[in-house]
Design a binder for this molecule. Structure first.
Ligand SMILES: *[C@@H]1O[C@H](CO)[C@@H](O)[C@H](O)[C@H]1NC(C)=O
Length: 160
């Protein structure tokens, strides 16, 4: 009887853990990238909702870092003046994002309005980089940064 009770408790806990990611992501604008990002990070198994936001933002930080490094690499190889201007824009805005995203991570749960401002700024950074090109080499990663930041904002808003 006790064993059965424990099994029921454990299975409820198991399912409610599984549901936290699905439930959290379902309420966001980009549930697919939300779920795939969280499922690919083992830390999300034990995270609360604030922890899930931090994991989403860390993924955005990784993408931002990739774009920043690629833009710097391309600057070394590119002669075209207009392309260089666009790459400079991306280096500049993502340099900002590499400060803003850790600030957002640090403020989730303690100062959600600051976390919100920093994540919103990151969306603008991705847009600014993307729109600086007529033919952007960073579309996929800019979209990922933007969508992850939107997901973070959606979840932060649900924290109240
Ligand atoms: C959040 O941080 C801002 C800027 O530092 C500050 O003005 C505000 O009072 C803080 N809010 C809370 C709830 O701590």
């Amino acid at each position: 009887m006790l064993l059965l009770f424990l099994l029921v408790l454990l299975s409820q806990n198991y399912f409610s853990r599984g549901d936290l990611i699905a439930d959290t992501c379902r309420k966001t604008d980009y549930p697919r990238i939300c779920i795939s990002t969280l499922r690919s990070n083992p830390d999300s198994k034990t995270a609360d909702v604030k922890g899930l936001v931090r994991i989403i933002l860390k993924a955005a930080l990784g993408k931002a870092n990739t774009i920043f490094n690629q833009a710097n690499d391309l600057l070394k190889k590119t002669k075209d003046r207009l392309v260089r201007q666009s790459l400079d824009v991306c280096v500049s805005v993502y340099e900002g994002a590499l400060d803003e995203i850790p600030d957002a991570i640090a403020n989730v749960g303690t100062n959600n309005s600051v976390a919100n401002i920093k994540a919103s700024a990151t969306i603008d950074d991705a847009d600014t980089c993307e729109e600086s090109f007529s033919n952007s080499p960073f579309t996929a990663d800019n979209n990922a940064v933007k969508q992850l930041a939107v997901v973070a904002l959606d979840i932060i808003a649900s924290l109240g």
